[in-house]
Design a protein around this ligand. Structure first.
Ligand SMILES: NC(=O)c1ccc[n+]([C@@H]2O[C@H](COP(=O)([O-])OP(=O)(O)OC[C@H]3O[C@@H](n4cnc5c(N)ncnc54)[C@H](OP(=O)(O)O)[C@@H]3O)[C@@H](O)[C@H]2O)c1
Length: 253
């Protein structure tokens, strides 16, 4: 597979016509060690056939938006930010073509489970949030819950009006982590507001005090950068389900 050979790592972006697709294309066009070789969009998207760089106002990148799996240059890894309904077909494609898969798509019943059917033959990494700071918060949550057994926890997410799922995948992940750490039932709330890229607040309510932790994303490039970090990492991993935290714990390349 080309991922193991010398030269830039060949990347296919699934959901390439969307907001995150644009952020990924921007970073890929500037990365010396990565090369965009395929940009996959929804069948029926009227922009199919147009250069994906032009679609995103980046200038031509020499890669047309095409239906997923359209024959062309072989990618070494697939990076997905699309819609939950497309994940089953994407997992089948990655399974059949033996393509490692990194996905940040949220919503639906259980995105990670939908992708897991590829994990017996290729490495798969799904994360509801590819921000390193948010991943670090998730790592320390069990300790926080253990130290404050009497506290009430709540998670608020604030996102742009185009976001389809509420609560966010990140809120759901944080609430699940807290529940697994013995915290009392965690309430979640969501605000959909203008063009907010993504904000989460963790409220820890004690009897006479409150701890608040806010995470605010100024540019969705942070998610794209995290996902591409995971893409570089995953091509050398064995089949199975992998975690973004493992990418962050890995020694720098
Ligand atoms: N994990 C993270 O760090 C993170 C960060 C940001 C966003 N997200 C999640 O990532 C996903 C995408 O976010 P976004 O803001 O980029 O959304 P978006 O702008 O709506 O982009 C999604 C793109 O996927 C396309 N699509 C739909 N069905 C498809 C299919 N079968 N195959 C390929 N492409 C398909 C959509 O096309 P149409 O518009 O034509 O349907 C759209 O261009 C969402 O689930 C969001 O919650 C995760």
């Amino acid at each position: 597979m080309s991922g193991a050979s010398a030269g830039p790592l060949a990347v296919a972006v699934h959901g390439a016509g969307g907001r995150m697709g644009g952020a990924l294309c921007r970073l890929l066009s500037a990365a010396a060690d990565l090369r965009l070789v395929a940009a996959w969009g929804r069948v029926g998207d009227p922009r199919l056939g147009r250069d994906v760089g032009t679609i995103h106002g980046l200038g031509p990148l020499g890669v047309p938006l095409a239906a997923a799996g359209t024959p062309g240059a072989r990618p070494a890894v697939v990076v997905d930010f699309s819609v939950p309904e497309s994940l089953g077909a994407l997992a089948d494609l990655c399974r059949e073509a033996r393509l490692p898969l990194v996905s940040g798509t949220t919503g639906g019943e259980d995105p990670e489970r939908a992708l897991a059917r590829a994990a017996d033959v290729v490495p798969v990494l799904w994360a509801p949030n590819f921000s390193p700071a948010l991943a670090a918060l998730a790592e320390i949550l069990p300790g926080l819950a253990a130290l404050l057994p009497e506290a009430d926890f709540a998670v608020l997410d604030v996102h742009h009006e185009g976001k389809r799922d509420a609560p966010s995948g990140t809120s759901r992940r944080l609430a699940r982590l807290l529940a697994g750490s013995g915290a009392r039932p965690v309430s979640t709330a969501s605000l959909r507001l203008g063009g907010v890229v993504g904000e989460h607040a963790l409220y820890v309510e004690g009897a006479e005090e409150r701890l608040e932790i806010w995470h605010r994303v100024r540019d969705r490039a942070v998610f794209a950068r995290g996902a591409l970090l995971a893409a570089r990492w995953i091509v050398a991993r064995p089949p199975g389900i992998h975690r973004f935290a493992d990418v962050l714990h890995a020694p720098p390349r």
